[in-house]
Every structure is written in structure tokens, then in C-alpha cells.
Design a protein. Sequence first.
Length: 87
Amino acid sequence: MSSIEDQSNQARGFKSTLSNPKVSEEAKENARAQLDAMGGGPSIPDESGETKDKNPGNVAGGLKAATNNPQVSEEGKKAAQKKLDNM
């Protein structure tokens, strides 16, 4: 049986597979199945853009930082501000 650290690393790899646009749908389906079997489904945004298992204070802090970051586009800043206003 794998150690907790090994399982965590495997889950991290599966989650990264799900978010990689260069990975095939077949590979993504396999990664979802593996995560479900591990009991650790992905903590990725749903259709509404909200995430589960995220600290709301950290999310708000990240959005606020994005609105003040000179490397973020105006469109990105507006989107971050809108999400921040909806929290």
C-alpha cells in the first residue's frame, strides 16, 4: 500500500492531467476515474466559477491581488473584481 505522501503525489498528477489542455479526453477520463477511486475528486472550478475546498479568505486575497497586479490585463482585472464583488 502506498504512503500518504505517494497518494498525494498521485492525486496531484491526476489533477494536473485534468487541467492540461494538451492532454487527450481519454487521459482526462482515466485521471477522473483514478481520482474518484482514491476518494479525492478534483477541486476545480465548476460552471459557476466557484471552487470547493478553498479557503474563501485566500481566494479573496488572490482576487484582490490580481486587481492590483500590473501584469494582469484590464480584462483580467475586471473579471477578478467581478468575482470579488460576488463573494
